[in-house]
Every structure is written in C-alpha cells, then in structure tokens.
Write a new protein. Structure first.
Length: 268
C-alpha cells in the first residue's frame, strides 16, 4: 500500500504524543495507517500514463524556455531595430530583421551576435516542440484513449490529463476527481446566505487543462457554450459560469476515462 508521509506523520504524533522520528516509530505509524485507512492506493507497476506525463511535462518545459528565449530576443531587437519586432516572433522573422542591422557601435555588435545565438536557440526549441508533439500524438494513440473525441481536447491536452490522472480507480466518484482537479467549489456559507468560493487546491495542471477545454468550448459552437450561456442567463458572472462549466467538464472527463480504463459505466 502507498502510505502518504503526511498520514504517517499524523499517526506518529497521535500515537506517541511527540513528533520524534525513528525507524521503529515510523514503521509502526505506517503500519497503523495501512491497517485503518480504507482508501490507500495499492502500489502497482508504472503504467503508460507515466510516459504521457513525462512527455507533457517536457512540453511545458520547452514552451517556457521558448517564451524566455523569445522575450530576450525581443529586448535585443528593440535596441537594434527601429520599432522592435512584432509580438508573435518567429525565428525566420527575427533572422530577417537581423540581416538588415548594421551595427554602429561595439555594443550593437555584441547585441547582434547575442541575438543571432538566440535565433539559433529559438529554431532548436521549435524543432524540439514539433518532435515532442509527434511523440505525444503517437503515445496518446497507443494508449487507446477516447478523450480526444471530447470537444476541446487534442493529443497534447489528453496527454496532460491522462498523465496527471494516472489510475482513475483511486477516485471513488466523480466528486473526488473534481476535488483533485480543483473544480469542486468550496462552500463558504454564513447563516442564511449560501455561497461558494473558488478552490485553489487540487492539481493545477489538470485544472489548467480543463480551463483550456472550457475556453475552447465557449469560443466555438458546442454543448459547453450552451451551458455557459445558460449560466449567464441565470445572472452568473462570466467567471462563475466558466467555473461551473469546468466542473461539468471534469465529470465528463472522469466518465470517459472510467469507460476507457474499466469498460464500465461511471458513477453518475
């Protein structure tokens, strides 16, 4: 059984009355949690979702690195070219601008040399992102998932969702999964005033994927857009309506993964 360190620490504190940690106390606290806790995850061999998560995390790293490189290149081009460069800068456009630059000072010569290095970095990152996208597409197809049939989910988002969800059996119901995704609102009622607030907990990668899915559905013709407009008609704010849609989408994702991994109807 997979016993989280936090649960073992709580058991150790309650059992002995102090927080000292020894091998014997640690083993006893882990065993106590394993005996009494009914929802621990059984340790299994790594499944294909681990590979999907690695590919997804790699894409996030490459995207962040490309953004930093493009920002540095923008800063240099601003000093070298009148008016700077356009917002969505590509390596080809930047190289074309640099060919028109004739440095007038030693500092400008250094700026141009650095900019040329950054253009080479940008091309390398673009190639890596294309290769990563191809790897993700192949891995998602090999997984046999049907997530990509949901509106707003392509191979990249499917890889992120499957990679960070892992074994769907560790979530007994769709409500547990929504809590893990951070799409389940937190009740903040007081007296007769009933209200809920946004949850900042949960897996932020899954929350981001569901957010992108919701935005895609809102912008295009889809059942999600109809649900969003229905919430707006109920005097919800755009943010509240979007959060309600994300909650519905996490349920849809849960049901689809359940069907893919277990071949049985999901909790409704």
């Amino acid at each position: 059984m997979d016993v989280p360190a936090q649960l073992a620490a709580r058991a150790r504190l309650l059992n002995s009355g102090h927080a000292r940690k020894t091998d014997a106390l640690d083993a006893a606290s882990v065993a106590a949690v394993a005996v009494h806790h009914r929802r621990l995850r059984v340790v299994r061999a790594e499944d294909p979702s681990v590979g999907l998560r690695l590919l997804s995390d790699r894409r996030d790293d490459l995207t962040e690195e490309r953004t930093r490189t493009a920002n540095r290149l923008h800063a240099l081009l601003r000093d070298l070219v009148a008016g700077g460069a356009k917002r969505n800068l590509t390596a080809t456009h930047a190289a074309g601008l640099l060919r028109t630059v004739r440095p007038m000072t030693p500092a400008d010569a250094h700026r141009k040399a650095l900019a040329q290095d950054l253009v080479a970095d940008l091309r390398r990152l673009d190639r890596a992102l294309v290769a990563n996208a191809a790897q993700i597409k192949t891995a998602v197809a090999a997984s046999g998932t049907t997530l990509t049939s949901l509106h707003g989910i392509g191979p990249v988002l499917a890889a992120k969702i499957l990679g960070h969800t892992s074994d769907i059996r560790r979530f007994p119901t769709r409500h547990h999964y929504a809590s893990y995704c951070g799409t389940a609102p937190i009740e903040a009622s007081s007296g007769e005033h009933r209200r809920h607030r946004l949850s900042r907990a949960g897996n932020r990668q899954l929350n981001q994927a569901l957010h992108l899915m919701a935005v895609c559905q809102i912008r295009t013709s889809s059942p999600g857009k109809e649900y969003y407009q229905q919430k707006l008609a109920e005097m919800k704010t755009p943010a509240e309506a979007r959060r309600a849609l994300k909650r519905r989408l996490s349920d849809a994702v849960y049901r689809r993964i359940i069907q893919d991994q277990q071949g049985s109807p999901a909790d409704t």
